[in-house]
Design a protein around this ligand. Structure first.
Ligand SMILES: *[C@@H]1O[C@H](CO)[C@@H](O)[C@H](O)[C@H]1NC(C)=O
Length: 472
């Protein structure tokens, strides 16, 4: 296998420096308040009593808890919109570097909230960490895609999602009640992100900026060439630099791209439509609904006792990580499109089976709960095959340097809003139509399957120029 030889110690360093800290915050803060949710809710209830002298009843606490968890999506949407500006003004690497200030601030807010008895500070902290994650998922895949050699671009781009899945798993483990997820220790859950942020600051400080950014925005070919030589650990970067400069000359010859062009110009409109659709597809595939449902199933239906439901959730996390590793290895060989088609086609069938199995689970208590768990795990495998990782970097592949930041700042917020909608509406729709709720995802996954089949181009082993010229 030739592509793997393109990896060298410098490139690995740059990948780790960019992805470790940013993917960690995204995954960790997504998962951290789920396992010890009861502890958090009790704290909110008690604090409300201490400060406002009244206990919260269930509807009020549900609402407050809903705000605490989902305000991260509001922040993520804002961060996503602003990530385009950040990458143009600061560059993707420095954008990621400075973004750590935000996560340190956010974690301090959350850490101090218990000391000063303030639910508001916890909510503000969640909001700030959301902004941080919005920036991360705009800037990190962009940087990864810009520094990697063409033959490795999919694998390197997938590392962001790999770190997310690992960090969700870490958050679930440290959130167990005999580790940190208990009344006395939960506040220490917010020290870990600060440590990781400091590590990322140090790592990125010694890392190079994206050569493509240095050429196109900074007009500094010399610095770009130096950065490229470092990344490739080789003096022989003429060919790659030539391509970057060629693309830049073409861009410079055209007027600057405005937001309006994105929606009017055919060569931009179609890739933008594809980017937004794959982001929607990632969330409306139903991943969060399935995870939410599986936690419920482990607790209620499968009748698991003691720590078993939490271990069930962790088991799902382990499968997610393992399959994402497989996806990293496959994405530059099998191709983006193939993995997406297998994933969405499979998820359509699997959610159909889930709907039927979950419906009869209520009647047949012996075997079907376990069958449901098997279906959940198959779903996670299908999701992680490509739908989890590919959308984040596909958007960076469909646009050249001039349009990429704007495209990212439209596609990333779409993902956060879609995530918000599913998380918010799933419990009530489930309440209404019970397990048939998964039929909605069957229909959506089928639609996404056909959309990907007809519209998404295969981008593996193609230069950005080869990909974008398709839409000229
Ligand atoms: C809040 O705490 C009070 C006092 O312990 C309790 O009666 C009430 O049920 C709690 N609220 C919820 C929603 O658990």
């Amino acid at each position: 296998m030739g592509a793997i030889q393109l990896l060298n110690s410098h490139l690995v360093y740059a990948i780790v420096a960019a992805a470790l800290g940013s993917g960690f915050q995204h995954g960790y803060h997504t998962g951290v308040i789920n396992v010890p949710a009861e502890v958090f809710r009790n704290w909110e209830n008690t604090t409300h009593h201490d400060v406002y002298k009244s206990w919260l009843d269930k509807p009020k606490l549900d609402l407050l808890w809903g705000i605490t968890t989902s305000i991260m999506n509001v922040g993520g949407t804002i961060g996503g919109v602003l990530s385009g500006i950040a990458s143009n003004k600061l560059g993707p690497k420095n954008g990621l570097l400075f973004n750590n200030i935000l996560v340190i601030l956010a974690s301090l807010f959350m850490f101090l909230s218990k000391m000063v008895n303030s639910i508001e500070m916890m909510v503000i902290g969640r909001f700030l960490v959301g902004i941080n994650c919005g920036f991360n998922c705009g800037l990190c895949p962009m940087y990864l895609s810009e520094i990697s050699p063409v033959a490795l671009r999919g694998a390197v781009g997938s590392i962001y999602q790999l770190v997310i899945t690992i960090s969700i798993l870490i958050s679930q483990i440290v959130g167990l009640d005999y580790i940190l997820g208990n009344e006395d220790c939960w506040i220490h859950l917010f020290i870990i992100p600060i440590v990781i942020a400091v590590i990322q600051i140090v790592l990125l400080f010694f890392c190079v900026e994206s050569p493509k950014y240095l050429v196109s925005v900074k007009n500094n070919t010399e610095a770009a060439e130096k950065a490229m030589k470092w990344l490739r650990k080789s003096e022989d970067v003429g060919e790659e630099m030539g391509e970057i400069k060629k693309e830049d000359d073409q861009n410079k010859a055209l007027p600057a791209i405005t937001l309006k062009d994105m929606f009017k110009d055919r060569s931009l409109k179609i890739p933008l439509f594809i980017s937004i659709m794959v982001m929607l597809a990632q969330q409306f595939s139903g991943i969060n609904a399935v995870i939410f449902y599986s936690t419920q199933t482990f607790q209620d239906d499968a009748g698991l006792k003691g720590y078993a439901p939490q271990y069930g959730t962790i088991g799902v996390g382990v499968i997610n990580v393992m399959m994402t590793v497989v996806s990293v290895m496959l994405v530059d060989r099998a191709g983006r499109k193939t993995l997406l088609l297998i994933g969405f086609g499979g998820m359509a069938l699997d959610t159909l089976a889930m709907s039927i199995a979950f419906h009869f689970t209520k009647k047949e208590k012996e075997i079907l709960p376990w069958f449901s768990i098997v279906l959940v795990n198959i779903y996670i495998i299908l999701f992680a095959a490509g739908a989890g990782s590919i959308p984040w970097f596909l958007v960076t592949e469909l646009f050249n340097q001039a349009a990429r930041p704007t495209a990212v700042s439209l596609a990333v917020p779409t993902n956060w809003i879609a995530n918000f909608i599913v998380t918010l509406t799933f419990p009530s729709i489930q309440g209404l139509i019970k397990s048939f709720v998964f039929l909605i995802f069957t229909v959506l996954n089928l639609l996404f399957f056909f959309f990907i089949w007809k519209m998404v181009p295969e981008t593996k082993n193609k230069t950005i120029e080869e990909i974008t010229s398709r839409y000229k």
